[in-house]
Design a protein around this ligand. Sequence first.
Ligand SMILES: Cc1cc2nc3c(=O)[nH]c(=O)nc-3n(C[C@H](O)[C@H](O)[C@H](O)COP(=O)(O)O)c2cc1C
Ligand code: SF4
Length: 275
Amino acid sequence: MSNAEDPLKPEDPYPRVKALRDTMRAEGVPDSVPIVMAGGVWFLREWDNWIDNPELGSIAFQFGTRPLLTEESPIPQAWKDHLRTLEPGDVLLHRFSPTGFYSSAVKNPFLRKLEDRSERQIPYSKVQAGEHTVQLDVGVRGKNFWVAPRDLERARGWVAAGYTDGLRTPDDTIVFVAPGERAEIQQDQKDCMGCLSHCGFSSWKDHDDYTTGRLADPRSFCIQKTLQDIAHGGPIDENLMFAGHAAYRFKQDPFYSNNFTPSVKQLVDRILTGD
Ligand SMILES: Cc1cc2nc3c(=O)[nH]c(=O)nc-3n(C[C@H](O)[C@H](O)[C@H](O)COP(=O)(O)O)c2cc1C
Ligand code: SF4
């Protein structure tokens, strides 16, 4: 899914993939070049009409979530255990990723904290304009923060609740965070090792002048730090737990009952039977 699309308006993938194949054919790409159906595939039997279908040409299926729960999967045991407990709705498609793309992950305390941080957000302008008729007097230094009166009240409420520090975002808004959170955000930005070509969280860009030219976004996070941490045994509540939206099927699929964890070979054999 590209950033131009709306995840709240899901579309049937079949007509889209067919349209893609039509375009490929019109450009002379042979049908032997597969189109990879990536995301949300669990039982192959649910995709029967995609396989050996002359309308679509060759199709490959990519699995990201199911291989997480295999013997060979290197993720920590706590992450594997948690996958078995997920219910529909426990995975969130979100926009907090510093890559700027939609990203899907288990709705754990780490993700909820990012949701809450974005909730504690108000727009401002540097001059008095439109609705922005009062000056923000909490969370920020300086007087050049004009906000709507109702947002001033909200900001005062957050500060009273301990979210005392206002941080500017690249979208002319301010988010309110606790001092400890602010310190962590700033430390993570200082520790940036430039893993992305364009990073929303640090302003890093890997060429030209090495900056995206945008303010580092405190609503995002360092994906490098969090993935390193969770992969090496860090707490599963405080890090990003990547998972596709179909992860709740671990709990429902009898293949995994009695705590069974397949090897990769057993998983692939199982998928080939359609299950
Ligand atoms: C643990 C994990 C790590 C992933 N890492 C990447 C990645 O580095 N780059 C990427 O494009 N997609 C990544 N994905 C997304 C998978 O490509 C996507 O999940 C895949 O298309 C299969 O869909 P599924 O997870 O519904 O099986 C990751 C998914 C998971 C679950
Ligand atoms: S190391 Fe972290 S902050 Fe730096 S580019 Fe990568 S994700 Fe962004």
